[in-house]
Ligand binder design. Structure first.
Ligand SMILES: Cc1cc2nc3c(=O)[nH]c(=O)nc-3n(C[C@H](O)[C@H](O)[C@H](O)COP(=O)(O)OP(=O)(O)OC[C@H]3O[C@@H](n4cnc5c(N)ncnc54)[C@H](O)[C@@H]3O)c2cc1C
Length: 299
């Protein structure tokens, strides 16, 4: 396949940590790479990110701006603020990405479009998500240190109290009207009344119930459900895992040659779940891009 007959060597779809790093990796070896970014990021609700080496506490937009600034050092890198609408593989093995009404061709594609969360259906949760309502104790946890924290629902009741035990002064599991399913460590409290809503309170969040007094907590943990942000896995017929993520191998390859995937949208089956974080997404972006170079872009 002639290198110059196509618009790009590679197109990276997504400008979060996975896509930014994949683009940097391709730019470092002077591959003609286009990064498309529609501007909607999973961690948009959070004002600061944590557990990110050298960027613990950095606002996510600042992190992305720094990454984009670094990309300007590479002449073969193009960044476009545009939404890709379709991806397909032609019979001659060329990948075609549609964006802004154009058909863009490349020898390889890195999908890095991430996932989007849906919160439990409780009034007030969305407004406080990423602040005093959280889903990940490694991202938000230290911020609630010494305070009372609550865990909403049975799904996380088995493991979250154990993770948070050294951080919180008190932990309460809220089963939201269901029977308690998890075996709890001594000292973990339980409330079984249906939760009716959450608002900001003096300690952080105030949880209200169908019966009984409100519960003031420094932080409330929820389990989100998530779905692919973009339709490309479906369009390309990629193999998926029960997690809802694209199945990848250790090198970030999907079931379609030339289509690699990295970040929250992808999952290696040996991992018990998608390991969703800024650093794991960036690391996956690097692997997916480097393996694309090694398998498709050697000239
Ligand atoms: C509230 C919250 C707080 C978090 N806090 C932390 C934290 O403190 N520390 C941490 O390590 N992790 C944190 N995370 C997790 C972290 O945000 C994700 O793991 C990480 O952003 C995944 O990176 P990604 O590149 O896969 O996806 P994303 O960051 O979601 O990026 C997806 C990219 O794809 C683009 N895109 C989507 N569709 C299209 C399309 N059709 N065309 C073009 N572009 C498209 C988007 O615009 C975006 O650029 C948090 C998550 C949430 C929900």
């Amino acid at each position: 396949m002639a290198n110059t007959s196509l618009d790009y060597d590679a197109i990276v779809i997504g400008g979060g940590p996975a896509g930014l790093q994949a683009t940097l990796t391709l730019g470092r070896v002077h591959r003609r790479v286009l990064m498309l970014d529609s501007g909607s990021y999973r961690n948009a609700p959070a004002s600061h990110m944590h557990n990110v080496l050298t960027h613990d506490g950095t606002p996510p937009p600042q992190f992305r701006a720094a990454a984009r600034a670094e990309l300007t050092a590479y002449d073969t890198v193009t960044v476009r603020d545009a939404e890709a609408t379709a991806v397909r593989r032609r019979d001659d093995d060329v990948l075609v990405v549609e964006a802004d009404g154009e058909e863009l061709t490349a020898r390889g594609v890195v999908l890095a479009t991430g996932v989007r969360d849906t919160l439990p259906d409780k009034p007030g949760l969305t407004e406080l998500f990423g602040d005093v309502v959280a889903h990940c104790p490694f991202c938000h946890g230290h911020e609630y240190a010494g305070g009372h924290v609550a865990v909403l629902g049975n799904q996380a009741a088995g493991h979250l109290p154990g993770i948070l035990a050294p951080v919180a002064s008190r932990i309460t599991v809220l089963t939201d009207g269901a029977e308690l399913e998890a075996e709890l460590a001594p000292g973990v409290a339980v409330r079984t009344e249906p939760v009716t809503g959450v608002c900001r309170g003096p300690a952080g969040a105030r949880v209200s119930f169908a019966d009984g007094p409100d519960e003031d907590v420094a932080g409330l943990y929820v389990v989100t459900s998530f779905a692919q942000s973009a339709p490309f896995a479906e369009q390309l017929g990629l193999e998926m895992l029960p997690s809802g993520c694209i199945r990848i191998d250790a090198m970030g390859r999907t079931s379609v040659p030339g289509v690699h995937a990295a970040g929250d949208l992808a999952h290696h089956p040996e991992l018990p779940m998608p390991m969703a974080s800024v650093l794991t997404a960036a690391a996956a972006g690097q692997v997916a891009a480097a393996s694309l170079v090694a398998t498709r872009l050697l000239d």
